[in-house]
Design a protein around this ligand. Structure first.
Ligand code: ARG
Length: 463
């Protein structure tokens, strides 16, 4: 390059070249190159449209489409030379195209700007990524259903305040997790609607003078609609923020499961065993088997929430329309995508392989007076007011604690000491099975209800 000029694609009005530090500071090709497939698809659709409306000749259009195909193959094969001085994925590909096909390559950028181009690329990329995530979530939801079915009768303590509260089935607990990811699935599908709108045609900010056919571009690229306002379309990244919010919620759910799996797999709980292939040992303590997957998932949740935060703050001070700030949208978005995808994938694989220790779960449910409410409800059925029943059972629990036994281990005479209404049929009500079976309505934990919920879920097609 001669001094006093600038060889960039946009260098016409510049009298000196970019400083090295500026080049390194402002480049994005090191991370936006992952948009190359979308960038090429967008350019090919744009070229075909320019031809359709009479702006680009047939030979030039063919050369552009073929040239871009060849460049994609080169990138796929790892033979493409990315140049930092060409700043971003868009100018790297456009420049390589012109080098390859000459004059025709220079006509590609007619009627568009990198501003609508990058917005299009990111939306295409995110749409495809969301579709892949939806599939993984469907697999995960199916895995939970299988585990729930296997453990539909398994008694475990349900907790509030992490204190033993009432017996539930392990299957019911798995179906609770499943509800969470089904909402996550629905949220992603909903966010996808707002992602899948085509910004191309907005050009730099105000639209373009050429007689473009935006609907034709949208149709080629599988967009549901075109954006209605060019200023908004090149500027707002709320679709990416919305995705990161949905991703954060997914991570929060996975993190809560992780916390439970970590607790449950300690010897103190001993409810579950995670397969060795998902655990690691300690370099000093030979007995250790650590639940690394749930711990990492819990830890990675902070990253994704951080990505959401980064995008929100990135957007909040920007006037219309495009600002270079928006180049900063990609790394948090990609990080959130990669992280949530990795976590969902490993859980989709791990969940079906969790082994449940049924005797341990049962023993824990039996140890914490989890059927005390059932005894109170029994007294209510015999005519006592609930508050009085609650009080009587509280006294019975205190007595059982002092004897270090369960309520069901007290004799009938002992129990009758707390209420004369108690009869021999009490023992049916305060066993673990009695407690579970009594909660027999939609949404409750009775094994029959859990099985009905599973059957209903299987009858519904997706997911
Ligand atoms: N690399 C830029 C980005 O990621 C592409 C758009 C650049 N537009 C511009 N006017 N400098 O946002």
């Amino acid at each position: 390059m001669t001094s006093g000029s600038n060889s960039k694609l946009w260098g016409g009005r510049f009298s000196e070249s970019t400083s090295d530090l500026m080049e390194a500071f402002s480049e994005s090709v090191s991370f936006d190159r992952r948009l190359y497939r979308q960038d090429i698809a967008g350019s090919q659709a744009h070229a075909r449209m320019l031809h359709k409306v009479g702006v680009l000749g047939a030979a030039d259009t063919q050369a552009i489409v073929d040239g871009l195909d060849a460049i994609r193959a080169e990138i796929d094969a790892g033979r493409f030379e990315w140049k930092t001085e060409l700043e971003d994925v868009h100018m790297n590909i456009e420049s390589a195209l012109t080098q390859r096909i000459g004059e025709a390559g220079k006509r590609l950028h007619t009627g568009r700007s990198r501003n609508d181009q990058v917005a299009t690329d990111v939306r295409l990329y995110l749409r495809e990524a969301i579709d892949a995530l939806l599939e993984v979530i469907e697999r995960l939801a199916l895995g939970l259903l299988d585990l729930a079915e296997r453990e539909a009768d398994t008694v475990m303590p349900g907790f509030t305040h992490l204190q033993v509260a009432q017996p539930v089935t392990f299957g019911h607990h798995m179906l609770a997790w499943r509800e969470q990811v089904l909402r996550d699935h629905a949220r992603l599908l909903d966010a996808r609607k707002r992602v899948n709108v085509l910004p191309l045609g907005s050009a730099a900010l105000a639209g373009t003078v050429y007689p473009i056919d935006r609907a034709y571009v949208a149709e080629q690229l599988g967009f549901d609609a075109v954006t209605r306002n060019s200023l908004d379309a090149v500027s707002d990244r709320d679709f990416a923020i919305e995705f990161c919010a949905a991703a954060s919620l997914i991570m929060v759910h996975l993190s809560r499961w992780s916390e439970e799996l970590i607790l449950w797999s300690t010897p103190m709980f001993g409810f579950v065993d995670l397969p060795d292939r998902y655990c690691t040992g300690s370099s000093i303590m030979p007995q250790k088997k650590n639940p690394d997957v749930p711990e990492l998932v819990r830890g990675k949740t902070g990253r994704v929430i951080g990505d959401l935060q980064a995008l929100l703050v990135l957007m909040k001070g920007q006037p219309l329309a495009y600002n270079r700030d928006n180049q900063e949208d990609k790394e948090p978005l990609f990080d959130a995508l990669d992280t949530v995808s990795a976590c969902l994938r490993i859980y989709a694989e791990l969940i079906p392989s969790v082994t449940v220790n049924r005797p341990r779960c049962r023993a824990a449910a039996a140890a914490g007076y989890s059927t005390a409410t059932d005894l109170a409800d029994y007294l209510v059925r015999k005519g006592l007011a609930f508050r009085d029943a609650h009080h009587a059972v509280g006294a019975a629990v205190a007595y059982a604690v002092s004897k270090a036994c369960d309520l069901s281990e007290l004799s009938l005479q002992e129990l009758q000491g707390f209420s004369a209404l108690i009869e021999a049929d009490v023992f049916g009500a305060i066993t673990l099975e009695g407690s579970l079976a009594a909660r027999n309505h939609v949404g409750a934990t009775a094994p029959d209800q859990v099985r009905a919920a599973i059957a209903q879920a299987r009858a519904q097609s997706s997911p």
